[in-house]
Design a protein around this ligand. Structure first.
Ligand SMILES: [Zn+2]
Length: 255
């Protein structure tokens, strides 16, 4: 059986209600050996830690999403730092910049992004980065504030050229559902061009459900559709792809 993983899933977010047990079972049945739970609040992260006790294939990341930047106070930043100090987090994220929804608070978004990068660096954790309509600012900040462990540019939606620039900084490029969409020319190009040892896959569930399940709620169990598409674009077999993805994931998150 091929071993899959999902490097970005919001399985404890409110869209799933109490379905997390079912979703975890589906993921295991589909052959996932790692599932990175991206928690956008510390409460979500606590639920993930609790579940992790019986489901050790879960990993946990927490951080303040850029859409929330206005609400992040010094006190909440301190609470995140306390959680990091507990040693239970595998990464800080998702953090970053989102100019698609908001352009009126760019400075605040940058400030919150940079503060969390500094926390990751201070405690030697990788970062998981969200960047929407903000790729150059994201790049410039990651270049100016290096993270020794580097991290992931998640749901990468920019060009193959930009992907190469992030790879030069040591960052991994994660691709999700959009790579399976028929008209997604750019993600398909990125899937072909990113060096195999810098590539990751993710669902970003509950959003961005891959073909042929578009329209349904996304789940980590759909990761094989994404992996299959990338393997066929690269003209390699699925096992070769997943062996590399597994190695990349372990390299990044090994403590
Ligand atoms: Zn996400």
């Amino acid at each position: 059986m091929i071993e899959f993983l999902d490097s970005h899933a919001h399985i404890f977010c409110k869209e799933y209600g109490d379905d997390s047990d079912q979703i975890i079972q589906h993921a295991k049945d589909a052959g996932l050996t790692h599932l990175m739970c991206i928690c956008c609040s510390l409460e979500e992260a606590e639920r993930a830690f609790e579940k992790q006790k019986t489901e050790p294939f879960l990993d946990v990341a927490a951080g303040y999403h850029p859409e929330e930047a206005d609400d992040v106070t010094d006190e909440r930043m301190h609470e995140l730092e306390v959680m990091i100090q507990s040693g239970k987090l595998n990464a800080v994220g998702e953090i970053g910049l989102d100019y698609y929804w908001r352009k009126d608070n760019i400075e605040k978004q940058k400030k919150i992004f940079i503060e969390q990068i500094k926390l990751a660096q201070k405690y030697d954790l990788p970062v998981i980065v969200h960047s929407r309509d903000a790729i150059l600012d994201t790049y410039n900040i990651l270049k100016e504030y290096p993270v020794k462990k580097t991290g992931i540019i998640h749901c990468f939606s920019s060009s193959a050229e930009m992907a190469r620039e992030f790879v030069k900084l040591g960052y991994l490029i994660a691709l999700g559902g959009p790579v399976t969409f028929k008209n997604a020319k750019v993600p398909k190009e990125v899937a072909k061009e990113v060096p195999l040892d810098y590539l990751l896959i993710e669902t970003d569930c509950p959003y961005l459900t891959p073909t042929p399940h578009r329209g349904k709620r996304n789940e980590p169990m759909y990761i094989p559709f994404i992996a299959n598409e990338i393997a066929s674009l690269r003209e390699i077999d699925l096992k070769t792809l997943m062996d590399a993805v597994q190695k990349n994931y372990q390299r990044l998150f090994s403590k």
